[in-house]
Ligand binder design. Structure first.
Ligand SMILES: NC(=O)c1ccc[n+]([C@@H]2O[C@H](COP(=O)([O-])OP(=O)(O)OC[C@H]3O[C@@H](n4cnc5c(N)ncnc54)[C@H](OP(=O)(O)O)[C@@H]3O)[C@@H](O)[C@H]2O)c1
Length: 294
């Protein structure tokens, strides 16, 4: 322990899939003594050659260091891997993608076993890990004191954004961003489909598409202000009535181009419903109200 007292602190990592392996490399490169464990032992061999200690069981790996980071497939695999490990007095950071409810339950489970707990949601793919200019980061939530104490170690692979003491918040932020991204991918698929049969090269169109989406992404700030004030008419530029009328052109163009409108219609149906309820002077933000189930 004395040898490490002045250097980067040691830690344990459970899980050497694509993401776990990328994380392991950055901690080793940053000089952290690292103990690793993986269910399939062969995946640890390249890391052992790079200086990692390889534990025979997850329980041995957890026992090796005060801090354990877990990056496994899903919450069930976390439970399976840590079954039987002594977590008393340990710091547990779970970077496995979970739902908010799973993260909250895992936080309670860790607390019952005497561990401090942080949940993390990784906003990066493996090639972005250890590459600060790639812009990847990890949402953290849970024990704020643990986050402060381990901040430097956690910052080695990617940026860190702490979003609150409620352990479910990191997963919630993660999934909210991924859900928004899914809608964006749907929109891009529809746009490319419209042009597919025409003499327009996708590579010529792509910069126009990404430029427009980037410009429109700024509207998130206005929507947020409207949601906080409860006034969806605040600062409206293109009101709902106009947008619903304009959407008829979107549908007719899809028809003309022989493209299914199935990616557009669910959202347009919500806009029409909100309009029918008498909110034509609002922004489209009011659609959020229709999505909330009682
Ligand atoms: N890859 C990405 O782009 C990315 C991005 C953001 C977040 N994440 C998240 O990071 C986590 C890991 O992803 P990954 O890409 O590394 O996945 P992966 O390459 O599929 O690796 C999965 C890991 O989980 C282990 N595992 C699966 N079931 C297990 C069980 N029942 N008991 C013990 N270990 C088990 C696997 O062990 P074996 O080697 O023995 O199969 C392996 O170490 C996931 O939650 C993922 O959502 C990934």
């Amino acid at each position: 322990m004395t040898d490490n007292a002045v250097g980067p602190p040691p830690l344990t990592l459970l899980g050497l899939g694509a993401m776990g392996t990328a994380l392991a490399k950055t901690w080793l490169d940053a000089g952290h003594p690292l103990t690793v464990w993986n269910r399939t032992p062969g995946r640890a061999e390249p890391l052992a050659a790079a200086g990692a200690a390889v534990a025979g069981t997850a329980a041995e790996a957890v026992a090796a260091n005060e801090l354990t980071v877990v990056c496994l497939l899903d919450d069930a695999s976390v439970g399976a891997a840590l079954d039987g490990a002594d977590l008393a007095g340990r710091d547990l950071v779970n970077l496995t993608t979970s739902t908010p409810a799973e993260a909250r339950a895992r936080a309670g489970w860790a607390k019952e076993r005497g561990a401090r707990f942080l949940d993390g949601g990784i906003m990066a793919v493996p090639p972005m890990i250890g590459v600060p200019e790639a812009g990847g980061y990890v949402f953290y939530s849970g024990d704020g004191a643990l986050f402060e104490a381990r901040r430097e170690t956690l910052a080695a692979p990617a940026g860190t954004v702490f979003v609150g003491e409620d352990a479910g918040l990191a997963a919630l932020h993660d999934v909210a961003l991924l859900s928004a991204m899914t809608g964006m991918f749907a929109g891009m698929a529809h746009a490319f489909a419209l042009l597919r049969k025409e003499d327009v090269r996708p590579t010529a169109f792509a910069p126009l598409l990404s430029g427009w989406l980037t410009a429109m992404a700024g509207s998130a700030g206005q929507a947020a202000e409207q949601l906080e004030s409860g006034d969806y008419t605040r600062g409206v530029v293109s009101n709902l009535e106009m947008q619903v009328a304009g959407s008829a052109t979107l549908l007719r163009t899809a028809e003309e181009q022989g493209v299914s409108a199935e990616l557009l219609t669910p959202y347009l149906a919500l806009m029409r419903r909100r309009l029918a309820e008498g909110h034509g002077d609002e922004d489209t933000t009011g659609v959020v109200e229709l999505l909330l189930r009682p």
